[in-house]
Design a protein around this ligand. Structure first.
Ligand code: SAH
Length: 243
């Protein structure tokens, strides 16, 4: 876990030996389950530490700054991770920020089964696993407008993703969206969706993932107004006909 340890250090994210151990167990489970099901294309241990763990942790200092908290984060905010797959970015954020009340959403049952095992093996508390589609859960009163934070990485283009994510955020809360080299183009395309769904982009920050020479941006969208009840639209429309 040396890559993770020095990377977290340079991001100024404190990790105890127990937290490092949780990352180690998580990496081992990813490798083990990946032999049976397609969880991630990234399997090499150093690559997992960079492209999954550190790649997710880069968002943390930005969130802390935006909510006016110092590191380590102690506040018990409620966060939903939409299209979490094998747990990214939600699980690394939760390990580094144990007070987080985390809901992990994915459309695929086998991903949820893997996450059940992760939660058990790492002894994570206050993690809620939900199998379902963002377009449906975002219309459900148990989820709509219920979260201080909604995060997503590698789920859809930004115009589509905004319609998946913003309905979950409470007024005054934040969407935290991880993007790669196409970020600027996708951002131009998504400005209408962001506005229409009640949001305003407050940060579009280039971030440096330690030991990784790839372009990354974290977009923070503040929810200013409630999302109109027309959104999210159902039946795959956010993807087929983005706002
Ligand atoms: N966020 C993870 C996984 C990305 S793969 C990561 O960064 O590694 C995209 C995941 O999103 C898949 O697991 C897929 O099942 C899920 N997904 C895609 N569209 C979705 C939707 N509309 N609702 C819920 N989950 C969705």
């Amino acid at each position: 876990m040396q890559t993770l340890i020095s990377g977290a250090n340079s991001l100024r994210i404190p990790l105890s030996s127990e937290q490092i151990e949780q990352f180690r167990v998580y990496a081992a489970l990813l490798a083990e389950w990946n032999q049976r099901m397609n969880l991630t294309a990234i399997t090499d241990s150093v690559e997992v530490q960079k492209k999954h763990f550190l790649d997710c942790l880069v968002g943390l200092p930005l969130v802390a700054e935006e909510v006016g908290a110092s590191m380590p984060l102690k506040r018990a905010l409620a966060c939903v991770d939409i299209g979490t797959g094998a747990g990214f970015p939600g699980v690394p954020l939760k390990i580094a920020w144990p007070a987080l009340k985390l809901t992990l959403v994915d459309g695929t049952a086998k991903k949820i089964r893997f996450l059940e095992e992760v939660v058990r093996a790492l002894g994570l508390e206050n993690v809620n696993l939900v199998q379902g589609r963002a377009e449906e859960l975002g219309r459900n009163r148990r989820f709509r407008g219920q979260f201080d934070l909604a995060a997503a990485r590698a789920v859809a283009r930004l115009n589509t993703l905004t319609e998946y994510v913003l309905p979950f955020v409470r007024q005054g809360g934040l969407a935290v969206i991880y993007k790669g080299p196409n970020a600027a183009e996708e951002f131009m395309e998504a400005r209408n969706a962001i506005e229409l769904l009640g949001g305003e982009a407050v940060r579009f920050a280039p971030v440096v993932v330690p030991a990784l020479d790839e372009e990354r941006r974290v977009l923070l969208i503040k929810k200013l107004r409630k999302t109109h009840r027309l959104y999210p639209r159902q039946q795959g429309l956010p993807r087929k006909a983005p706002l």
